[in-house]
Structures are given as C-alpha cells and as structure tokens.
Ligand binder design. Structure first.
Ligand SMILES: C[S@@+](CC[C@H](N)C(=O)[O-])C[C@H]1O[C@@H](n2cnc3c(N)ncnc32)[C@H](O)[C@@H]1O
Length: 270
C-alpha cells in the first residue's frame, strides 16, 4: 500500500562519502560492461552543437567518460547534491556541473535545450506516486526530437540463482524481497513497465533492451550490493549479521540475479 504522504519527501537512503562514490563508480563499470555502451548506439552523436544532460549524475562518471569520447559536444551534469562531483581540478571544460532537485521544474533557461538526456539508477529515489512528475520535468529538458535514455534494474525480475541442491538461501531470499519492495512506501510499476512510463509521458519508444549479468560478474554485483547495505539508511542493528550471511551464501555460489533495462525514447515534434 502506498503512503498517503507523497514519497518525494523521503530522505536519500544512501551515503555520499568516498565509499559511496566507490560503489557508484564500481557499478558504472559493471553496467557499461554488461550493456556495452555509454549511450545507446541508435542515438545520433554527430550533430555539431550536440548538448547532453545527465540527471542525478552522482559522481559524474558516466558524463565524464562520455565527454572524453565526444569532445565536440557540451554537457550538463545535474544532481540534487554536488557532494560526489569530481574535484574541480579534473573537470573538463565541456561539462557544466550544477545542482537541482528534479522533483521541482527545471529553470526555463534549460527547458527544450538538450538533444539527449540520460538518467540511471533512480530506483532508490522514485516511487510510482511521484514518477510521472519527475519524468515530466526531465522530459522538459529535451528539444523536440531529443532522446531520453534510462537505465534501471527491474525490481520484479529479482530471483535467487543457486546451484542445484544448494539448500535454503534465507539471506538471498531477504535480498530478493528488498529489491522488490525495500520499504512499505516503495512501488516500482514505473520501472517494471519502463516503456509504458515513457509512453504515458508522451515519448515515442525507440529501444527496449534487457541486460543480464553473466556468472563471471555475479560476484561484482553482489559486492556492490553488500556495500550498499552497509550505507543504507534503513539498515538496522542486524545489518552486519545479514551482510555476513549474504557473503557466506555468495561464497558457496548463491546470488541474487536480476535484469537491467535500458529504454530509449524520443520526444515527438522534430
Ligand atoms: C544511485 S545514485 C546514481 C548516480 C548516477 N546516475 C549513476 O548511475 O552513477 C542516485 C543519484 O541521484 C541523486 N538524486 C537524489 N534525489 C535527487 C533529486 N530529487 N533530484 C536530482 N538528483 C537526485 C543522488 O544525489 C545520487 O547522486
């Protein structure tokens, strides 16, 4: 059941310290390795004045890497907090870094200005009650004909993957439950049907991809989740015992597997 209080007032449930940045950067290399791209190859990148935004940019690793590959383009890295942005000394000249709360409309000066907008890993922030509002704000950044790329884990796909005859997996079972509904207020229909969310918000869906983690990267996915549990705002005193039990199940070959999706949509009207 969804709380009657809109979930846009919930605190960010993860930390923004150096270890949290390590986790985000580690995720980045895992996710780009399983998808094979930063920007989906169907999105054109040769426009002379190409302008690209990343909303909820975190450490900026995605946009920073893309800016090196597309030196002719200009970029905006936007997040509610600048705490994880890279040091000014290493920021490239073609990226502007600024803060904005995406639950609020973007300033008019930025609306309709971007050829491409990227969003990734919003699951811990967005629930169904507020998703369309944030989509509306993010889509407002696009020019007519502009592209929105969104990359997320699909909560309902979470399941335990264990060798035949493994026996009970109580810690992995608990983690599956947390992927699906970590809090009573969590509701993820907006991700479980991400193409539907794009269409409902007026975008033409161009690409729907599903990416899986091969066995050789299961430990990578498991390790980043273990780090996240250590930071998670809603972890209780039993967190260390849970982390230990999960690690022990992972060491014997049981993991929580899930699908990652990348959806690309286009704003009509070009
Ligand atoms: C899980 S991190 C993902 C970071 C990045 N997109 C990535 O994939 O590496 C979520 C990011 O969203 C930011 N965020 C949280 N609430 C936000 C809001 N209301 N508006 C904009 N950014 C927000 C957080 O500060 C954090 O950097």
């Amino acid at each position: 059941m969804i709380s009657k209080v809109p979930t846009d007032a919930l605190p960010y449930p993860l930390k923004r310290n150096a270890l949290a940045s390590t986790r985000l950067n580690y995720n980045h290399f895992w996710w780009t390795k399983i998808s094979g791209y930063l920007l989906h190859p169907s999105i054109p990148t040769t426009l002379p004045n190409l302008r690209i935004a990343d909303v909820g940019a975190g450490t900026g690793i995605w946009i920073h890497e893309l800016s090196a590959a597309l030196p002719h383009a200009t970029f905006d890295a936007i997040d509610i907090s600048s705490a994880q942005f890279p040091p000014e000394a290493i920021r490239p000249a073609n990226i502007s870094w600024w803060t904005h709360n995406a639950f609020e409309p973007f300033p008019e000066a930025y609306q309709g200005r971007f050829d491409v907008v990227n969003a990734r890993a919003w699951k811990c922030i967005l629930n169904d009650d507020v998703a369309d509002r944030v989509f509306g704000h993010i889509i407002s950044l696009l020019k007519p004909g502009g592209y929105l790329q969104w990359f997320e884990p699909v909560p309902e796909s979470a399941h335990v993957k264990a060798p035949e005859g493994f026996g009970p997996t109580p810690a992995c079972d608990k983690l599956v439950g947390q992927w699906k509904k970590p809090l009573p207020t969590s509701s993820y229909d907006w991700i479980n049907d991400l193409p539907g969310t794009f269409k409902r918000n007026g975008l033409d869906v161009e690409v729907v991809e599903k990416h899986r983690t091969p066995d050789h990267f299961q430990p990578v996915g498991a390790q980043t989740v273990l780090m996240g549990i250590g930071e998670y705002l809603h972890s209780d005193a039993s967190m260390a015992v849970y982390q230990e039990a999960l690690s022990e199940e992972h060491a014997r070959g049981a993991f929580v597997d899930l699908t990652w999706t990348c959806v690309v949509g286009r704003k009509p009207g070009a």
